[in-house]
Ligand binder design. Structure first.
Ligand code: MN
Ligand code: MN
Length: 461
């Protein structure tokens, strides 16, 4: 018996993606990651990603969808959902009754949102009160450089865009932490309680205005905001201002094989979906790219994946091409493109190594997410997994298997379940991430590139 041959024939032995990467692919990968990093520098919120997607789509011949207008194969359209999420489509040559090929990612990320009445002064320092958005480890957010991003709908009816902390000459902001010298009590607390939600207050200033009375530091901050943006304190009620880590997407490591940035989850998959769609000719099946909001808080709300905004758009496409929405959904496929947890040898005990994604092993395919017995997962069928596996193999994409950590260690969800609820066959897959949901997340360039190739292959399947 030839044991070596038998081993090769029968056993699954994934290899590091670099063992298969050609020189041409390496060049493409590096160019792709430069473009991705530039996207990340401009887009730290769902609004910014949506604005970016609209502008870039229009450069590539996409037009805003007009309900009722007839569509033909090759037409490129998008629906901007209230500046918070976007759906893009390229009409295929086959009827929508035969289904669409959908890639769905999200463009919101965990962060700290301002409370509706955020500005206050304490001990002659001015602060913003925040309420964190999505799952964060609160102790990670003090003493890192922060920026303010968002919009304010002002009393006069106009809307102003705010961005402070990204330009070199801008000030940054910070949440304070206690000095180690006085931390005897804090250091005895569990990590989850070392910094609590009501301590995530953002330091804004310390200089009082000249004059009499209370809150002269706060008044100075409000005066500066008024000078720059024309806003008054009451306007915070109709604002979405959010505190995110300041700074750019950077290469990580001496070999520069990794990228560090805020919010790879899930803009790394959002970008991977967009590029191949922008370059597309006339696909067989209609290709649909979804960039959803609110995934980090349960895909709720008008811009989340549970919203009927998606159904309305797809109904419009079906109406414009004489197809049935039910048939379309029944025959569609959705790649729920979202990140997975990359194996971290520093925390090996939290994962089942045989079933965990690892940096540089390619796009991570995840049969189920969820927690405690797969609860909350869409749990893809064997046939659905085969579709992805065979499509990626045919396209020469490096892929691997992923699960969300050890059984009963924790868990997570994606938009997959909400697509599957619509009677759309759905599989999760995406880029493995280290330090997910931290102010700086790490991905590998190779996995980013392979995820883009995977989205392209799924659109073309
Ligand atoms: Mn995600
Ligand atoms: Mn997430």
């Amino acid at each position: 018996m030839n044991i070596e041959q038998l081993r090769e024939d029968l056993l699954f032995a994934p290899k590091n993606g670099y063992t298969k990467l050609t020189e041409q692919q390496r060049a493409e990968m590096n160019a792709y990651c430069k473009r991705y990093a530039a996207f990340m520098d401009e887009c730290k919120t769902e609004r910014e990603a949506t604005t970016w997607a609209v502008a870039e789509a229009e450069k590539h011949g996409f037009v805003a969808h007009i309900p009722g207008k007839a569509l033909k194969p090759g037409d490129k359209i998008y629906k901007n959902n209230r500046d918070k999420s976007i759906i893009l489509a390229v009409i295929g040559s086959a009827s929508l009754n035969e289904g669409a090929n959908i890639c769905a990612a999200h463009v919101d990320s965990p962060r700290m949102d301002l409370k509706p009445n955020p500005l206050y002064e304490d001990a002659e320092l001015a602060f913003f009160k925040t309420h964190y958005y999505g799952g964060i480890k609160k102790y990670q957010w003090p003493t890192v450089p922060l920026a303010i991003h968002g919009v304010v709908c002002k009393k006069d009816g106009s809307r102003v865009t705010v961005n402070i902390g990204e330009a070199e000459e801008d000030p940054i902001f910070v949440v304070t932490d206690l000095l180690i010298h006085l931390s005897a009590d804090q250091m005895k607390k569990p990590l989850a309680e070392g910094i609590v939600g009501e301590q995530l207050n953002v330091l804004l200033g310390s200089e009082p205005l000249e004059g009499e009375g209370a809150d002269l530091v706060k008044l100075n901050v409000m005066k500066l905001l008024h000078e720059k943006y024309g806003i008054i304190e009451e306007d915070f009620l109709s604002a979405e201002l959010t505190i995110v880590p300041a700074g750019k997407c950077r290469e990580v490591g001496l070999d520069r094989s990794l990228l560090g940035a805020y919010g790879h989850d899930d803009r790394v998959c959002a970008y991977a979906e967009m590029e191949p769609l922008f370059q597309m000719g006339i696909p067989t099946h209609t290709a649909v790219c979804v960039l959803a909001d609110k995934e980090e808080i349960g895909s709720v709300g008008i811009s989340g994946m549970k919203s009927q905004a998606f159904d309305t758009f797809m109904q419009d496409l079906c109406d414009a091409t004489g197809a049935s929405l039910n048939r379309c959904f029944e025959n569609s496929f959705c790649l729920s493109a979202d990140v997975s947890n990359a194996f971290d040898p520093n925390f090996a005990e939290t994962c089942d190594r045989r079933n965990n994604s690892q940096l540089n092993y390619g796009i991570a395919i995840c049969k189920y997410t969820g927690a405690r017995g797969k609860s909350g997962a869409s749990d893809a069928a064997a046939e659905a997994m085969y579709h992805v596996r065979s499509t990626l193999d045919k396209a020469g994409v490096t892929w691997q298997i992923a699960t969300m950590g050890k059984v009963d260690q924790g868990g997570g969800g994606t938009v997959a379940a909400y697509m599957a609820n619509r009677n759309i066959v759905t599989v999760d897959a995406g880029v493995p991430v280290l330090c997910m949901h931290a102010p700086m997340e790490i991905v590998s360039k190779l996995d980013c590139y392979m995820t883009m190739l995977a989205c392209k292959a799924i659109y073309e399947a």
